[in-house]
Design a protein around this ligand. Structure first.
Ligand code: FAD
Length: 252
């Protein structure tokens, strides 16, 4: 609205619906109510546990502390800015969004929720009421790395990763996603394929990073050229995976 890209004739303020401001962890799901602020996640008592590495990282780098005080996670997902941070994290964490309309609720996997730049599958007359993130298991951790020109800026490039290891240290599940790499946040399915079923090595992380650089489709702008941003995407994925493994106690 500030940039006059949207000029709504009617605004509905959902800010006073305090019943939508909640964070719960039940039955293996972290549920984030539509009015839960970034700062609520940043200050959650459990946020320091290694399993929450991905969510903890992002909760500290969205915009600045003042914006995080009023901005909501669900609002960020609904806004679907191509350079938004929560959308990439939601992809890497395999989140979903519950959307409510007069016909009832529907639960939409994040890959289907993010339709195009600033466009989601929320239809007219519907409200996103909560986001759901599977609670990471004991052998799961992740990381979110973001390059920004200065504090409070949107990402020049950013990557969210999450890994689950089995008892032998093999990668059982991988989530890899980029921000500022296309029309919406981007799942790097090829990097996930490269990782799953493998024992982590420096070469493997490099291969996953290379897959991310190839998949990234950034726009050249004041923050950097296409080539620079593609390179950053690869570096951030590789570093994010390394940080994740360190959080899981694995040294390469
Ligand atoms: C100075 C500044 C810097 C920023 N930097 C970053 C950054 O670095 N990274 C980043 O990711 N974001 C950044 N943001 C965005 C910010 O993080 C907000 O989270 C984001 O704009 C959403 O804000 P909001 O929750 O108030 O939603 P709003 O701005 O109120 O809503 C955003 C859009 O989503 C829709 N919407 C919101 N909630 C719902 C709902 N429950 N159901 C259906 N539709 C809904 C609204 O109609 C609107 O179209 C920045 C914002 C500012 C002002």
């Amino acid at each position: 609205m500030r940039f006059r890209l949207a000029r709504p004739s009617v605004l509905v303020d959902i800010g006073a619906i305090t019943g939508l401001r909640y964070l719960t962890r039940d039955n293996g799901t972290l549920t984030i109510g539509a009015m839960a602020r970034d700062s609520d996640v940043e200050r959650a008592p459990w946020i320091g546990e290694p399993r929450w590495g991905l969510v903890s990282d992002v909760s500290r780098v969205v915009a600045d502390p003042i914006v995080r005080q009023s901005g909501t996670i669900v609002g960020s997902l609904c806004h679907n800015d191509p350079a938004g941070d929560w959308t990439a994290v939601a992809l890497a964490a395999r989140a979903s969004v519950v959307v409510r309309g007069t016909a009832g609720d529907r639960t939409v996997p994040i890959d289907e929720f993010l339709v195009d730049s600033f466009t989601t599958s929320v239809a007219e007359g519907e409200l996103a009421i909560e986001a759901r993130i599977p609670v990471p298991g004991d052998r799961t951790s992740g990381a979110y790395l973001k390059i920004e020109r200065k504090v409070g800026d949107f990402a020049t490039a950013a990557a969210g990763v999450q890994l689950t290891l089995d008892e032998r240290g093999t990668i059982r599940q991988a989530g890899v996603a980029l921000s500022a790499a296309g029309a919406t946040a981007l799942r790097v399915a090829e990097a996930e394929r490269v990782l799953v079923g493998q024992t982590p090595t420096a070469d493997l992380l490099r291969a996953a990073g290379a897959a991310a650089a190839t998949a990234s489709q950034p726009q050249g702008d004041l923050r950097g050229s296409v080539e620079f941003k593609k390179h950053l995407a690869g570096v951030l994925v590789e570093r994010g995976l390394r940080t994740t493994l360190e959080r899981l106690g694995v040294q390469l």
